[in-house]
Design a protein around this ligand. Structure first.
Ligand SMILES: [Zn+2]
Length: 279
């Protein structure tokens, strides 16, 4: 297995060579400081190319990071009372079991709330539970100087990830276009170089669909990445705005699962042996 930069991988997908080795591409979303502090030294040691997808409003600390804020609010309070998208919740969240239950109830609810209302709701929760969204975002996100520093690494590619980290399929076409185009423009201005790649925030079926793949294509991105689960096949050469990925995270996967996942067998089952899932 070879590790390639995203640009080299796209070249391989477009012009496959006979008997080419399998390859993997590492990507990291959002642009957190731990990418620089923990990720980069490891990629450097292994001489492994990587791509970081950056959302400018996260860098500017004006993105709510609502899923992390919700987790923090649940973990540091003993009672949760609020109305979310018309549904009243009064939850005792003292014990670990209760906190886990609250997360399992509230996270999907907030995830399914329309994008702009969802952000309004997390602002209300943050002010009620004394959680400083701006300070929190600032504490975990890379600054532009840190992103520029990371980008000096020849192994690093920076890509765009919308301005506000919205699930673009839930936005109007005009708002989706704005999020993609403006994030690219903003990163290009900050880094002084062209940006060719994009990743859809959240990236699963409800978060990014065919309309959004078309918008990314019309904007001239070389390739865009979803989180639809799967491995890459030659056929993806015709679907470069909807490339699949496999999520690797300590929270969900043990290291021994990774070999199985990159074999493509579990995701082939999941996709019912259809190599390309773009509808
Ligand atoms: Zn993201």
């Amino acid at each position: 297995m070879e590790t390639l930069s995203l640009a080299d991988a796209i070249e391989r997908i477009r012009n496959p060579k006979p008997n080419q080795k399998p390859f993997a591409v590492f990507t990291l979303d959002d642009g957190y400081k731990d990418n620089l502090n923990y990720g980069q030294p490891i990629f450097e040691k292994l001489n492994c190319p990587y791509t970081v997808f950056v959302a400018p409003k996260i860098v500017d600390a004006s993105c709510e990071l609502w899923w992390r804020a919700l987790e923090k609010i649940i973990s540091s309070n003993s009672q949760f009372s609020s109305t979310i998208d018309g549904v009243r919740y009064d939850l005792d969240i003292r014990s670990e079991v209760q906190k886990k239950h609250a997360w399992n109830v509230l996270f999907p609810k907030l995830a399914a709330t329309p994008e702009y209302d969802q952000r309004k709701t997390i602002h209300e929760l943050a002010s009620r539970y004394n959680f400083d969204l701006v300070e929190y975002c600032k504490s975990v996100a890379m600054t532009w100087d840190e992103i520029r520093k990371m980008n000096e690494d020849p192994l690093c590619t920076i890509g765009a990830h919308t301005m506000n980290h919205y699930a673009v399929a839930k936005l109007s076409a005009a708002d989706c276009l704005y999020e993609l185009e403006e994030s690219r423009r903003c990163i290009e201005r900050e880094l002084g170089e062209k940006i060719h790649f994009f990743a859809y925030p959240y990236g699963d079926e409800p978060a990014a669909g065919p309309r959004d793949f078309q918008i990314a294509n019309d904007l001239g991105f070389t390739a865009s990445l979803t989180t639809r689960k799967g491995v890459v096949f030659e056929k993806h050469g015709k679907h470069l705005q909807a490339l699949p990925r496999i999520m690797v995270s300590g929270r969900y996967q043990k290291i021994r699962y990774i070999d199985a996942l990159i074999s493509g067998a579990p995701t082939a089952l999941l996709n019912r042996f259809k190599q390309v899932n773009v509808s």
